[in-house]
Design a protein around this ligand. Structure first.
Ligand code: 13P
Length: 239
């Protein structure tokens, strides 16, 4: 298991359904990883194996994993298969998975637990929609997501939480800095078992706002979508 505590910040690039071999080659030639921070690239799974170089602070992450361990489940990849391919992190419960693939808190919990058993760090994503925010339901929604999607076996050394307000993903909108910090504090204070968890922020992070976001006292890093596809922009964020 990766020693998460030794890193000041954790930055995760979520490429989503983007990239190809020539993109990958160019990206890795230009990528500038900083040794104080943990940098994780979540490419589409088929490219993961070709990413692993020798940089000790650069890791591969999958974007999803099956909730099944093995069997007749066409198209799925299990946690043990990811481990076999040197994958150290895996996103779980991203809002796009919840929205387009009907992923539930219970699925997220099973997947996270299977990953932890294989010594892969689940990055458990939570976040409220705009409608929920406008109805002042953020705290209620996050508390349910946390309670139902974080398995008992998760702790601050083997799992990460990512707070991604759904309305901030790919929209250019972000909560205010104060709101981000408050929500992260809330997450860490839901239960004493979460107080030492590293909580990453995601949703329209770019080089022009990453410094102020990571400068917040309860933010331990960022999960970056669109801006992580431009290697020069990503380099600025992780520097
Ligand atoms: P954007 O950075 O494009 O808003 O995406 C965020 C995200 O979904 C990362 O997982």
């Amino acid at each position: 298991m990766i020693k998460l505590d030794k890193y000041s910040y954790i930055f995760i690039a979520n490429w989503k359904l983007n990239g190809n071999y020539s993109f990958l080659k160019d990206y890795y030639q230009k990528l500038n990883v900083n040794s104080d921070n943990c940098t994780i690239i979540c490419s589409p799974s088929i490219y993961l194996k070709s990413l692993k170089g020798n940089n000790a602070n650069l890791f591969c992450g999958a974007q999803d994993v099956s909730s099944y361990k093995e069997g007749a489940y066409t198209g799925e990849l299990s946690a043990s298969m990811l481990k076999d391919n040197n994958i150290d992190f895996c996103l779980v419960g991203h809002s796009e998975r919840r929205q387009y693939f009907a992923e539930t808190n219970n699925n997220v919990s099973i997947k996270s637990s299977n990953l932890i058993e294989e010594n892969i760090v689940p990055v458990i994503c939570i976040g409220e929609t705009l409608e929920q925010k406008e109805k002042n339901l953020t705290e209620e929604i996050l508390s349910k997501q946390i309670k139902d999607s974080i398995p008992k076996s998760a702790n601050h050394q083997n799992a990460l939480i990512a707070y991604e307000p759904v309305w901030a993903i790919g929209t250019g909108l972000t909560p205010t800095l104060e709101e981000i910090n408050q929500v992260h504090k809330l997450i860490k204070n839901f239960d004493t078992r979460f107080s030492n968890f590293r909580v990453l922020y995601g949703g329209s992070v770019k080089s022009s706002n990453s410094k102020e976001i990571t400068g917040l006292s309860h933010v331990d890093g960022c999960l970056i979508g669109g801006a992580s596809l431009k290697v020069n922009e990503f380099n600025k964020i992780i520097s």
